[in-house]
Write a protein that binds this ligand. Sequence first.
Ligand code: MLT
Length: 418
Amino acid sequence: LRYEGGTQPLPLLTGTEGEHAFEVKTLLAAAGMTTLDPGFANTAACQSEITFIDGEAGILRYRGYPIQELAAGSSFLEVAYLVIHGELPEPGQLKEFSEQLQANAALPPELRAMLDAFPRNAHPMTLLASAVNTLGAFYADSTDPGDAEQVDRATMLLLAKLPTIAAHIYRNSIGEAPVAPDESLDYVENFLRMTFGELSGEAELDSLFVKALDLLLILHADHEQNCSTATVRVVGSSQASLYGSVSAGINALFGPLHGGANQAVLEMLEEIRGLGGDVDAFLAKVKDKQSKTRLMGFGHRVYKNFDPRSKEIKGLAAEILDRQENPDELFELALKLEGKALADSYFTDRKLYPNVDFYSGVIYRAMGFPTNMFTVLFAIGRLPGWIAHWREQRLDPAARIARPRQLYVGHAQRSYPG
Ligand code: MLT
């Protein structure tokens, strides 16, 4: 038997009737034909209770709760608790959770020394992945994936220390002394203080930044089987530690096609600025297929309409722009570009609507983050999702080590030349 697209013989179909049925499916898939698998019951990479996405309807829910409602009523810490443990925390649980994170935010001096030894111009994501992996060396008593107490401790230590690591990396990159965590501040405000020392200096704008970052972290908390989360599950399936698995997820997120997308939006806006801010000229370039110019931050693999996350931050982006004394030109260009693209059927016919990356980059920039920190912020937001997926898999008694199937399309057996 030969399948149409290749040259390799497929294995002979033998076995019982049940196996035979399975092999026929494989044959059909190899031949480019498909079989119906309603609800992906047989072919989904995994089963999960964490996040539901309906890409057609633009629906995103964590543990059954629509993100719009979570964004309006909960803090990032409450959402992190929900994503990881499956239920929103009671007030007492939230207090305990938050106090534990505050009390464990500081880094061991040896880890700080390790971060200080890296080249200043290294990308923050490389350092973040290294530091998270290294937590397993400093907290070796929390690395056993089979011990529920150790897993809880690793969960808490990761959530407590990731923002401190991120802020330390940033301070080193600008040649400034790291700022120690302040136990009196909440999670997001503490991270912003550790990063910038002072924020804008204006109380109302400062609290808008805290609110904006809290919301952005909520919107990034999980997104089912994206590249980094699938990586965390695959690595975790070998019973690697939570630290090692999350470190692998950070490396997956680092790739420009995944977490680097909001940085690409900023680069595109710079290009438009280079065109004298002529948004129409840029959109014409996008429509000209020869130019290979892409409208970054528009469209999403799963959303066939608006990315529901982008709707949530659009208003915030405008609010921040309004509050700025010297409005950021790139920010204004972003809003203009969005308006023009949405009014143009060329883009809407192709389902090219702004996604979460379109606005997040401009908001981070307004807060003062350099572009190479954008993916780090994504990692802080996505941490609860990675942890939840790792734990879900660990608790599944039927879980097996991941081993994706491949279709061999290389040489058939060849005669060895020697
Ligand atoms: C994400 O949030 O992980 C991105 O939108 C990418 C994805 O879901 O594939």
